[in-house]
Write a protein that binds this ligand. Structure first.
Ligand code: 13P
Length: 252
């Protein structure tokens, strides 16, 4: 049975005190709604990982980073390695977010390397994929997502792939207030699951958690999560408000 997950991607928001206040508020509200079959992940900026990790010890959420270096270690100023994240007991790490692809020119190959670094350190990658607006308008969204997934993930063995969480995040829906319709989300998630089935077989596909991201909020989460292939969400803006984030968790 695949896990349902709600993950909050804080992106580059909050200072230390605000971050502490937010995670404390989420932890407090979550006490009443933890369900063992659901996983809640908070992905703050690097400087707050330790604080969130400490807070998670007494709560029901896991902690993830937002990015990782594709290199093991060495002279890469400003980079953070998977081994560093592991030494801080991180459970998850987002990779291939469209903002990193766009602003840091991350290629599918570089993302594949990041995935390998994470898996070598027992950290579950939350692999982001999704098409841009002109690609959807041209009707090429399924090919775009297939290329991203096959070039970054399909070099993995079935055992390795079992640790992957996929987040479908159409770029045109991120931070725009324009959400994919539940039908559009279901259609793409189903497509992704069939790609995995073709490559790794039915059981692996059935066990893979596929999240939706892109203007998912307290109002639309329930409708999106009601689809059979939508196993939760990767939440940006709405994860910065404790009440909204907890309502989204309750929508699982
Ligand atoms: P928004 O929820 O702000 O649209 O961001 C989605 C996202 O990019 C999560 O990774």
């Amino acid at each position: 049975m695949r896990k349902k997950i709600v993950a909050g991607n804080w992106k580059m928001n909050k200072t230390f005190d605000d971050a502490y206040e937010l995670v404390e508020a989420i932890a407090e509200k979550m006490e009443t709604l933890a369900k063992p079959e659901h996983e809640v992940v908070i992905c703050p900026p690097f400087p707050f990982l330790e604080m969130c990790g400490d807070m998670s010890q007494e709560s029901f959420f896991a902690v993830g980073a937002q990015d990782v270096s594709e290199h093991e270690s060495g002279a890469y100023t400003g980079e953070v390695s998977a081994a560093m994240l592991k030494s801080m007991e991180m459970d998850y790490c987002i990779v291939g977010h469209s903002e990193r692809r766009a602003y840091h020119n991350e290629s599918n190959e570089a993302i594949a390397n990041k995935v390998k670094q994470l898996l070598a350190n027992d950290i579950r990658p939350i692999f982001c994929c999704g098409e841009k607006l002109p690609e959807r308008e041209a009707g090429t969204q399924f090919d775009v997502v297939e290329k991203q997934i096959s070039e970054s993930l399909f070099g993995l063995s079935a055992d390795e792939f079992a640790n992957i969480v996929i987040a479908y995040e159409p770029v045109w829906a991120i931070g725009t207030g324009k959400t994919a319709t539940p039908e559009q989300a279901q259609e793409m998630h189903h497509h992704i699951r069939s790609l995995i089935e073709k490559k790794y077989g039915h059981d692996t596909a059935d066990n893979t958690t596929i999240l939706y991201g892109g203007s998912c909020n307290a109002k639309n989460a329930k409708e999106l999560f009601a689809n059979p292939d939508v196993d939760g969400g990767l939440i940006g803006g709405a994860s910065l408000k404790a009440d909204d984030f907890v309502t989204i968790i309750e929508s699982l």
